[in-house]
Design a protein around this ligand. Structure first.
Ligand code: PRP
Ligand code: ADE
Length: 170
């Protein structure tokens, strides 16, 4: 499957200089969406994860179906103030902007094998912060899977020491 042909590139969105990779054409195509999830599951299976963690919002669209397909649970990492129970938090930077991410304190068990999933790796700020949250709870990140990796932004360097797997590279 040629996933790149289902990804729309929008220059200067949401701000000048950013080349936005829009996955909505892939998501609305049932065959392409299923093939992408199946491919990510194939990448993730050898890592033997016990649970999947994904950051809001596009991480849900990728992480939840990966978890479902593997028969695993899914844990949301959410933007500031959205989770109702007790949380731990971390501040983070983005290719555009910055914010705070939260996870429920009881979301993961110490030592639990966690797969982190998101649509796109850019600077790596979001996933570095997601990993911090997972590790604050004592769980272990066995790998990170992405539909898209923007290699020029060197997010992979920020994730040195972790298994980083992506389907499409720009
Ligand atoms: O590697 P980074 O530089 O951190 O960038 C990648 C993150 O940016 C996007 O999310 P965004 O924060 O735009 O939120 P959204 O999923 O709610 O659109 C994308 O879905 C990744 O999570
Ligand atoms: N260039 C980009 N395209 C889509 N989502 C992004 N998130 C961060 N950078 C992005």
């Amino acid at each position: 499957m040629d996933f790149q042909s289902h990804i729309r590139v929008i220059p200067d969105f949401p701000q000048p200089g950013v080349s936005f990779k829009d996955i909505t054409p892939l998501l609305k195509d049932g065959r392409a969406y299923r093939a992408a999830i199946d491919s990510l599951v194939s990448l993730a299976r050898p890592l033997a994860p016990e649970i999947v963690v994904g950051p809001e919002a596009r991480g849900f669209v990728i992480g939840a179906p990966v978890a479902y397909a593997m028969g695993l649970g899914f844990v949301p990492v959410r933007k500031a103030g959205k989770l109702p129970a007790e949380t731990v938090s971390v501040a983070y930077d983005l290719e555009y902007g910055s914010d705070r991410l939260d996870i429920h304190k009881d979301a993961l068990r110490p030592g639990q094998r966690v797969l982190v999933a998101d649509d796109l790796l850019a600077t790596g700020g979001t996933i570095r912060s997601t990993i911090r949250l997972v590790e604050q709870l004592g769980a272990a990140v066995v790998g990170c899977v992405f539909l898209i990796e923007l290699t020029e932004l060197e997010g992979r360097a920020k994730l040195a020491g972790y298994n980083v797997l992506s389907l499409v590279q720009y």
